[in-house]
Unconditional design. Structure first.
Length: 136
């Protein structure tokens, strides 16, 4: 297989300020390299690009999924900390847990590794999963 790793994803957003603030509170680094129409939140060697309404609402912008709308994202992040630290962070940013902690099969070890996941939603309604592997 020649695909080595995941590099980035992109999603449309409604409220850029709320989204950037939310992800920054979760510990992501905000990049303004392509502001004001694209901002990014970075973690490890990865990033999620946030497309501002001015961009994703334009019929001329075709480098996106044809049905992409705010809230269409579903992301799983590997949490490098304890379940207690994750619970505290989620409590601190005042968002409800959708489900979890629950056991889930993740992407590690060719999709065979099992971890414990907790799910929340961001301000646009995108689903965020935080998985903790036993060796993390």
């Amino acid at each position: 297989m020649s695909v080595k790793a995941f590099d980035h994803a992109a999603i449309p957003v409604n409220d850029m300020t709320a989204m950037l603030s939310f992800y920054e509170k979760l510990g992501f680094r905000v990049s303004e390299d392509y502001a004001p129409i694209v901002y990014s939140v970075c973690f490890g060697d990865n990033r999620i690009n946030f497309h501002a309404p001015k961009l994703w609402q334009s019929e001329e912008f075709t480098l996106r999924g044809p049905a992409a709308r705010p809230g269409c994202g579903d992301f799983c992040f590997v949490w490098d900390g304890s379940a207690a630290a994750l619970a505290t962070l989620i409590d601190d940013i005042k968002v409800p847990v959708i489900t979890g902690p629950v056991e889930r099969q993740g992407g590690r070890a060719g999709g065979t590794a099992v971890g414990t996941s907790t799910y929340i939603r961001d301000p646009d309604g995108n689903l965020l999963e935080f998985i903790i592997y036993p060796d993390a």
